[in-house]
Design a protein around this ligand. Structure first.
Ligand SMILES: Cc1cc2nc3c(=O)[nH]c(=O)nc-3n(C[C@H](O)[C@H](O)[C@H](O)COP(=O)(O)OP(=O)(O)OC[C@H]3O[C@@H](n4cnc5c(N)ncnc54)[C@H](O)[C@@H]3O)c2cc1C
Length: 424
């Protein structure tokens, strides 16, 4: 399948068509999925001199990596306070450092490989949906400073227009470390960097089955076979059937985006003056930003099934107008969706099953930078299997029991609709 008609696909640097795999080949590592995770794994494996191939069912960046909002953010779905409560300050400190490290890795690759993906050190803001939420953000700011000397900037309601011209919010919390990029151009640049180091990428190549004969995996695709010693699952929200454990450990969810027509810098600068990447404090959040060509990109509207009917995008446009009513007569030019993946504990996971099956997934819609970092960790797990690992790399990936899956889903949907009731 080719790229969606997203803004990113229509403004991509160069959409190369890569060959499908035909016939039989042999390599050390087979990587399934050519998103940030799979491509970063291949990038770091080639740096270490390990042979690998990436097999992609569709095209490079076709999954969430080429469809996301391009917010390269600090932090995790779970806040640092929660992490500290569970594992103590020292562990939480390492989590915090790793979240900044993810951004640093993206920067390093972009600079070293000369990737033209509009990477911008713009900062991000969590916008408070209610006054009560602003109180929580204030506590978060104080805690992050006292415990970690991690500076965040609280935006009170009367200062909000410095960051965001919207009556929908009650203030916010700015983290100046976050970045933004053109996600598909980053994925395409990463793929070129893999190929520049003789890594092989096959598109329109779906892995249909994996079997093991003696100590080699036999990876069967539509028209070819790869024999390898290691397998890497880099399929995140598109993980299906190939590995039971992984399939049952993440819950895929749809997230959706609408993008306005070009508005011009004069308009977008009034709405989001400092060009921050913005997400809000609602359980089922809205996220929005200015694009490099000065439109407003607005995301949200989770879905739990494959259906993407027009009413979903219609309500997303209404959500956009809740935040920016002045855009009522502006056209929506792009709309698309993609899949994110949630594990039971809402943490991203990287690890190894039976020594030679590796994975990194479950980013909870927060994987733009972590996936590059985790690609490096997967490569390290293959090259140095006995290396010392941090807590983040050792979190057990648990199967989500069916009844829990439904409960989780209903809980999230329940809080979502109760919030929406109050909004409407
Ligand atoms: C709408 C949306 C907005 C988002 N916004 C943000 C954001 O602003 N910031 C942020 O940090 N995160 C965001 N995310 C999440 C982020 O995009 C993901 O965490 C990240 O891209 C995951 O990358 P990945 O490489 O692990 O998976 P993906 O990019 O999803 O790649 C998985 C690939 O595996 C392939 N595949 C699956 N099965 C097979 C098979 N059998 N054979 C071959 N190939 C296969 C798929 O075709 C797909 O290309 C967003 C996600 C979505 C959907």
């Amino acid at each position: 399948m080719h790229h969606t008609d997203s803004l990113w696909a229509s403004t991509a640097n160069q959409l190369k068509i890569r060959p499908s795999l035909e016939g039989e080949i042999e390599t050390t590592v087979t990587i399934i999925g050519a998103g940030f995770t799979g491509l970063a794994t291949a990038y770091y494996l080639r740096k270490a001199g390990i042979s690998c191939v990436v097999l992609e069912k569709n095209m490079v960046g076709w999954g969430a990596s080429g469809r996301n909002a391009g917010m390269v953010l600090t932090g995790y779905k779970n806040g640092i306070q929660k992490i500290e409560k569970r594992w103590g300050r020292e562990v939480a400190k390492v989590f915090l450092e790793q979240s900044s490290l993810g951004i640093k890795k993206v920067r390093e690759i972009v600079e070293k490989e000369g990737i033209d993906c509009s990477l911008n050190h713009c900062g991000s803001m969590k916008a408070a949906f209610k006054s009560k939420h602003l109180e929580t953000l204030k506590k978060e700011q104080e805690f992050m400073w006292q415990a970690y000397q991690y500076e965040l900037q609280l935006i009170n309601p009367e200062q909000l227009s410095i960051e965001l011209k919207s009556d929908f919010y009650q203030g916010g919390l700015v983290d100046p470390r976050s970045h933004s990029f053109h996600p598909l151009n980053y994925a395409l640049g990463l793929a070129d960097a893999v190929e520049d180091q003789d890594g092989k990428i096959y598109e329109q190549t779906e892995v249909a089955s994996i079997n093991k004969k003696r100590n080699k995996y036999i990876v069967q695709t539509d028209m070819g076979v790869v024999k390898s010693t290691h397998i890497v699952f880099a399929t995140n929200g598109y993980t299906k059937n190939l590995n039971k454990k992984l399939t049952l450990s993440v819950m895929p969810m749809g997230s959706h985006i609408v993008v306005t027509e070009p508005l011009g810098k004069e308009v977008t600068e009034k709405l989001i003056p400092n060009n921050r990447m913005i997400s809000d404090t609602k359980n089922f959040l809205y996220y929005f930003r200015r694009t490099p060509d000065e439109r407003i990109l607005f995301g949200g509207r989770v879905s739990f099934n494959e259906k993407q009917d027009s009413s979903l995008y219609k309500s997303l446009r209404e959500n956009l107008l809740d935040v920016f009513p002045e855009l009522y007569d502006r056209k929506i030019e792009f709309q698309w969706g993609g899949k994110v993946a949630f594990p039971l504990d809402f943490f991203p996971h990287v690890g190894t099953i039976k020594d030679t099956i590796h994975y990194a997934l479950g980013y909870c819609g927060h994987g733009a930078s972590t996936s590059t970092l985790f690609g490096e960790y997967v490569a390290k797990n293959i090259v140095h299997p006995n290396r010392e690992k941090s807590k983040l790399e050792e979190l057990p990936l648990k199967t989500i029991p069916f009844h829990n899956q439904r409960k989780l889903l209903l809980n999230i949907a329940g809080s979502y609709y109760s919030i929406m009731d109050k909004v409407n």
